[in-house]
Unconditional design. Structure first.
Length: 217
């Protein structure tokens, strides 16, 4: 199957992004074509290629690292789906970020916590654990950003109930890299406050965190 055939099949929904990613992992020379596909006017090709790149970034980040500037630029995309995929890809690339490119955009990335879009904020939080594990020296900076969540004002698309969900995501993130957190006291205080959260799922996450870490309360 030629490179052009792959895109045509993706555009016609004759092959899924998951299926094509398996094929690409056997022949990475197709990656430039997939990267170009993100700019396609065909939504199936555009979003399919974005998903493929996200999948590749999880298992083979080194294959995409030379294109990291491309993904950094996608953080400016007005298309949220493309932006969300770029956020995930950049988080995955931190494992091989020898040039510390992510460090340069740390503020830009974490400023997305202030967006009026719950999914965008959620992607930042969900990715924080893997970023902290890949770059231990950024752990405290990441922690400081996540601890600001309670002070972020509610917005039309980030209501208090949305924030309650995001607090649960933050607890999972803290748990992922807890051993690398310098000021554990502040994190523990944050988690303890969620024991009173009105969202049962978030309260349950807080209770589990406290129990697993054997924290007294």
């Amino acid at each position: 199957m030629s490179e052009l055939d792959c895109l045509l099949k993706l555009g016609k929904n004759e092959i899924t992004a998951d299926e094509l990613s398996v094929h690409i992992k056997k022949d990475f020379k197709m990656l430039p074509m997939i990267i170009e596909g993100v700019d396609s006017s065909n939504p199936r090709i555009k979003y399919g290629c974005a998903k493929i790149l996200s999948i590749i970034s999880q298992d083979s980040p080194e294959e995409l690292y030379t294109n990291i500037d491309f993904f950094i630029e996608l953080l400016n995309s007005e298309n949220n789906i493309i932006k969300w995929n770029a956020m995930d890809i950049l988080a995955n690339l931190t494992k091989v970020d020898k040039d510390k490119k992510f460090d340069d955009i740390f503020k830009k990335y974490y400023d997305l916590l202030n967006e009026d879009a719950m999914v965008t904020v959620g992607h930042v939080i969900d990715n924080s654990g893997k970023i902290a594990l890949a770059k231990h020296y950024l752990s405290q900076n990441i922690t400081n950003e996540l601890l600001k969540l309670e002070k972020i004002p509610t917005k039309p698309r980030v209501t208090q109930e949305c924030k309650n969900i995001l607090y649960g995501k933050a607890i999972l993130a803290f748990n992922a890299y807890f051993d690398h957190i310098e000021n554990k006291k502040e994190v523990i205080s944050f988690v303890k406050r969620q024991l009173k959260c009105t969202r049962p799922a978030t309260k349950a996450k807080a209770e589990k965190f406290i129990k697993e870490k054997q924290i007294k309360y």
